[in-house]
Design a protein around this ligand. Structure first.
Ligand code: SAH
Length: 271
């Protein structure tokens, strides 16, 4: 795989290029993400009347499809999860811009492109297709706003989401509960560089913060054929890295260059 072009930094200010405008969405194609929630229309109302963000959400997904991430199930999940509910009220108008946004405590909600890309690399839909009777287990390191966890849950995963910041974790937990994700996402507080052994083994582990090196416990907590998606590198820039475990064989591949906030912990950066 060739790395994609360098995407905007995770910490970029809102309003950058690529922000979809309202009303720009049309119905999607065959792999459309257009079957979004928002009402059946049986009462004569158009879904957009009930969900003022629907058009922007679908425009975001349409733009994502042209910039790289193609997995229809991942894009469908992103068309269903209301990203505007995961950003601070003053940034709601930027919720569907393709950039990271501040969520307080010096942290960010990752840009939609990165969420789509990391989720696609995790490969959960393929697992579900192989065995529809089993919910994949996922560990989300760096809960932040809870958006990534919601996307994983929307894909049918049973999610443990860990953050070292108890206040952010609590907020995310409340948000996820308000949206009905609490039956599939468990928010825990701790150092995610150690993983969360209680929920292991995981079919997928996604790390939403930059690691100086791949923490061994995360690899150890992967299920057979499980995947770990993690940005690895110095504080200034990283490369999205996928670690796959097949039996005792561990493989590692690198993908997009990226810039994340640091993973701070025993096997991460010093605080
Ligand atoms: N995935 C999030 C964004 C992550 S921002 C979202 O969808 O919104 C990075 C998060 O990683 C921050 O919330 C930060 O507190 C957390 N973090 C940093 N180091 C960590 C560690 N060692 N363990 C768990 N969380 C950590």
């Amino acid at each position: 795989m060739t790395p994609a072009e360098l995407r905007p930094r995770e910490g970029d200010a809102p309003g950058g290029p690529g922000g979809p405008g309202p009303g720009a969405a049309g119905p999607g194609g065959a792999d459309q993400a257009g079957d979004a929630p928002g009402g059946s229309g049986s009462d004569g109302k158009h879904p957009a009347d009930e969900d003022p963000f629907l058009a922007r959400r679908l425009a975001m997904v349409r733009d994502l499809r042209t910039t790289g991430p193609r997995d229809p199930e991942v894009l469908d999940a992103m068309a269903r999860v209301p990203r505007e509910r995961f950003v601070p009220p003053e940034l709601v108008r930027h919720a569907y811009d393709d950039c990271a946004l501040g969520i307080g405590h010096g942290q960010t909600i990752s840009q939609p492109y990165i969420v789509a890309r990391m989720t696609e690399l995790l490969g959960l839909p393929a697992l579900r297709r192989r065995d529809p009777s089993r919910r994949p287990r996922a560990l989300d390191v760096g809960t932040g706003s809870g958006y990534q966890a919601a996307i994983l849950a929307e894909l049918g995963a049973e999610v443990v989401s860990i953050d070292r910041d108890a206040a952010l974790s609590r907020l995310a937990e409340e948000r996820l509960a308000a949206l009905g994700f609490d039956d599939r996402v468990r928010c825990v507080v701790g150092d995610g560089t150690e993983g969360w052994p209680d929920g292991a083994p995981y079919d997928g582990i996604v790390v939403g913060a930059a690691a100086p090196a791949i923490p061994d416990p995360l690899v150890a907590q992967l299920a057979d054929n499980g995947r770990l998606v993690i940005p690895v590198g110095p504080r200034e820039y990283q490369v999205l890295t996928v670690v796959t475990r097949a039996g005792r064989r561990i493989e590692q591949h690198t993908y997009d260059p990226c810039v994340f906030v640091p993973l701070v912990g025993r096997l991460g950066f010093p605080g």
